[in-house]
Design a protein around this ligand. Structure first.
Ligand SMILES: Nc1ncnc2c1ncn2[C@@H]1O[C@H](COP(=O)(O)OP(=O)(O)OP(=O)(O)O)[C@@H](O)[C@H]1O
Ligand SMILES: [Mg+2]
Length: 257
């Protein structure tokens, strides 16, 4: 399923936050939205989810998410927020099961299949041993993986992940991104992530959108977007950029000499 944004403007608290944004993610594509703090990345994901009002066109699978009922939208798009509020007393399993809510009838109970899907997702994220633990007793990275588990349990065709790896160790970063990529290959999942790790963004996404000051500063294949010059201009960072073994850009921070 495709994600398409055209000429999107969003104002928050009377200030312009996004201006003239365009985004095109083909079915089965992975686009990473990168950019400095405050550039508007999270706001863009919320707009694609239909939760930030704005001017312009937003379409997920050809439909305007703002016009969908929440249940209908939750069967189409799953979202893992950057700063989720987690109920401290709820168990990991019950929280993951919330991802099945759009499939559970009103006043009904979850089915055996809903429980199996939640259990399978927890297995795949190394969280099976945590299933009975309350959320309030997890580490930052464990919490982040549980939020992803809930989103994956929704089994949607479109996945929006806002900084899914920031709290994760390097092994779990790779595990999470490989899992998302495997789902993309197997089920044709369409993925939009924000990612602060630019090398990881370039390794996994087939297309990058660099936001800066609420506008698209560059868009295209990772090697075109992640250049020494663009990183210096938009992040104020000094990096060396060299192609890795797969030709994708690898960024190394450099200290001023
Ligand atoms: N609810 C809000 N009300 C008013 N201003 C907001 C609101 N949410 C975000 N902003 C402002 O909009 C701008 C973009 O915020 P956003 O969270 O989209 O940035 P971001 O690119 O995701 O940044 P980060 O890398 O820090 O996560 C910022 O200047 C922020 O202060
Ligand atoms: Mg953000």
């Amino acid at each position: 399923m495709t994600v398409r944004v055209r000429g999107l403007d969003v104002d928050l608290a009377g200030r312009p936050v996004l201006r003239g944004i365009g985004l095109d993610v083909p079915a089965g594509g992975w686009t990473a939205v990168v950019g400095p703090n405050g550039a508007g990345k999270s706001t863009l994901l919320l707009a694609v989810l239909g939760l930030r009002a704005g001017r312009g066109e937003v379409a997920v699978a050809g439909r305007d998410p703002r016009a969908l009922r929440p249940r209908e939208r939750a069967r189409l798009v799953a979202y893992a927020p950057q700063h989720p509020g987690l109920p401290a007393g709820m168990t990991v399993f019950d929280y993951t099961l919330l991802g099945r809510s759009p499939y559970i009838p009103h006043l009904g109970r979850e089915s055996a299949r809903d429980r199996a899907v939640a259990g399978d997702v927890l297995d795949r994220l190394d969280l099976a041993a945590f299933a009975a633990r309350p959320l309030g007793e997890l580490s930052g990275g464990e919490r982040q993986r549980v939020v992803l588990a809930r989103a994956l349990a929704q089994q949607t065709s479109v996945l929006l992940l806002d900084e899914p790896t920031t709290a994760l160790d390097i092994g779990h970063q790779q595990q999470v991104l490989e899992l998302v990529d495997a789902l993309r290959a197997a089920d044709g999942l369409t993925v939009v992530t924000t990612l602060h790790d630019l090398t990881l963004a370039g390794q996994y996404a087939d297309s990058l959108v660099l936001l800066s000051g609420g506008r698209v500063a560059a868009a295209g294949p990772p090697g075109d977007v992640l250049t020494r010059e663009s990183v210096a201009e938009h992040f104020g960072a000094r990096v060396r950029v060299a192609p890795g073994p797969d030709g994708r850009p690898v960024l190394s921070p450099e200290r001023p000499c």
